[in-house]
Design a protein around this ligand. Structure first.
Ligand SMILES: [Zn+2]
Length: 537
């Protein structure tokens, strides 16, 4: 693995036809109706891997792919993955081929990555039906190891269970104990078509939590670039897309922000080689076949461009910001993004603690961000304020960082300098900061406490959340008194009210003084007075 961000990662996958970089998208090839040939997919579009259906090959072309070898048959020298026909079972019900046949067929055509004959759960099924598909897929998975004869093929162990998360967990944990090189999450196509991305988040994370974390995870049928970044952030490494071709046939134009009908477009919002040299009306004047090819090619560019942007975001440590921006393209995606809150513990465990760049916070979603939950967890469970500190002096966050070196803080610092050393040691300076809550001064240079930017003015709901954090810090600590530097301009009354309430409950003395422009002298004198008084009591 080369780079990580959230559960997303840039990695290398070694196959017998070459090493490919993940996250990786496999365009789906249907040899009988293929708008863009496999060789062009590699040479012109840069797709290092493709996927095709072993069941369809066997049914339509019989021994031809066996005799020629899969790569020669397709005219493609990159990595070729084969699916077993499970999707056809889901759509048409029943496939006249058994697992032994389809395993041996994939071995004899020389797939680089191959799939056992699993049973997709589907979307609208009862728990009992779903359970049957899980059990049967597991039975076949165990059986498979007696059937396979080649060691140079990477085999996929699919996870089933649909939206029944306990079944997904069981399926993943038992599948994960078997020696598959890759896992796949089955049948999310219907989940995506009904825009239940929130269910998808639960499905993916349940699978991830129960599978060996290092093994690549393929998300079957997740072919729209609008959700690639979310899926990558959740730990999906591989995708396949039949959508680029299916959408093209229906005259639909994909972008990473949504889908348009070709006839709805007055301008192409894309700079790919196709769109740069054409306009929607020019394309519409062409034959149906030409329109389809144009759209398939554009759709492929849209998919590969999005994968590249996601990889760069992982490199930059900006995947969260990237996903956050993307999920604002559709309310269903934003709903899914907000679901991450429920999984913040798991996300936090696997998210790198230090990143190349600072964090950007734009709103309430920041409270679910792994770096923020990680900090809050550390502060409440492992942090003890310096021994002997009796007075908590709370100052507002400053515009520049670290806070204790900022100009705004320098305005109140002289009051501390005027006290004698003995007294100063009894004062613990902390900052109240969105979205972290309380930041002790001695920690304010630790990543990411000084390496973040927050949009201002800070919205009301965020102020309220930070105030709650401050209150809970006070109630779990052991100060004798609390002095708040109150900043009504930026913080309204939230923190003041929360401090007051918390101090009252804890029977701790509470004072505040108001921070105003151009009144440095007054505030210093008052602060000095309050501190001296509190320390002498
Ligand atoms: Zn384009």
């Amino acid at each position: 693995m080369k780079e990580k961000d959230l559960l997303g990662r840039i990695g290398k996958l070694k196959t017998k036809s070459g090493t490919v970089e993940t996250p990786l998208l496999f365009p789906v090839i249907n040899p009988s109706i293929q708008p863009v040939t496999p060789s062009r997919l590699k040479e012109e579009f840069g797709f290092e891997a493709i996927i095709t259906n072993a069941y369809i090959l066997k049914k339509r072309y019989l021994n031809q792919p066996v005799n020629l070898g899969l790569h020669k048959f397709l005219g493609y020298d990159g990595t070729v993955m084969t699916d077993s026909g499970a999707y056809q079972i889901l759509i048409y019900g029943g496939v006249e081929v058994d697992q032994a046949e389809i395993v041996s067929y994939q071995e004899s055509i020389g797939s680089d990555i191959a799939t056992i004959l699993d049973i997709p759960t589907g979307w609208r099924v009862t728990r009992d039906q779903a359970s049957l598909t899980v059990e049967e897929t597991l039975r076949r998975a165990r059986d498979f190891f007696k059937l396979k004869t080649r060691e140079d093929i990477l085999w996929v162990g699919p996870v089933q269970g649909g939206r029944h998360l306990d079944l997904v967990a069981k399926s993943a944990s038992e599948m994960g104990q078997m020696q598959f090189q890759i896992h796949a999450l089955g049948s999310p196509t219907e989940v995506m078509e009904s825009y239940r991305f929130d269910v998808l988040v639960d499905m993916i994370l349940t699978a991830k939590k129960n599978l060996p974390i290092e093994r690549p995870l393929h998300l079957f049928g997740a072919g729209h670039p609008i959700m690639f970044s979310l899926a990558v952030a959740l730990g999906c490494d591989l995708f396949d897309s039949a959508a680029y071709a299916l959408y093209a046939r229906e005259k639909r134009y994909m972008t990473e922000n949504g889908t348009w009908g070709l006839s709805e477009l007055d301008y192409f919002p894309c700079q790919c080689p196709k769109c740069s040299h054409s306009t929607p009306s020019e394309v519409l004047s062409k034959s149906a076949k030409e329109q389809e090819v144009f759209l398939a090619e554009h759709n492929l560019y849209a998919c590969s461009g999005e994968i590249r942007r996601i990889k760069q975001a992982i490199r930059d440590g900006r995947l969260w910001e990237y996903v956050e921006a993307k999920t604002h393209a559709h309310p269903a995606l934003l709903t899914a993004f907000r679901k991450l809150k429920e999984h913040s513990g798991f996300m936090e465990t696997h998210n790198p603690t230090i990143k190349r760049r600072g964090l950007f916070f734009s709103g309430l979603e920041a409270f679910s961000r792994p770096e923020v939950t990680h900090y809050r967890e550390k502060l409440s469970n492992r942090y003890v304020h310096p021994e002997g500190s009796r007075v908590l002096l709370l100052a507002p966050q400053t515009r520049t960082k670290p806070f204790h070196k900022a100009r705004e803080f320098q305005k109140i610092q002289p009051a501390l300098r005027r006290l004698d050393g003995n007294m100063v040691n009894k004062i613990h300076v902390c900052f109240y900061v969105a979205p972290f809550g309380v930041v002790p001064m001695e920690l304010d240079e630790v990543y990411p406490l000084s390496q973040h930017e927050t949009a201002s003015p800070i919205e009301d709901a965020t102020l309220g959340r930070v105030a709650d954090e401050v209150a809970s810090y006070i109630s779990s600590s052991h100060y004798k008194s609390v002095v708040l530097v109150h900043d009504p301009l930026n913080w309204s009354d939230h923190v003041k009210r929360a401090c007051k309430k918390s101090c009252l409950e804890k029977r701790v003395k509470f004072n505040y003084l108001v921070l105003r422009e151009n009144s440095t002298k007054n505030i210093l004198t008052r602060l000095e007075m309050i501190l001296k008084k509190n320390l002498s009591e």
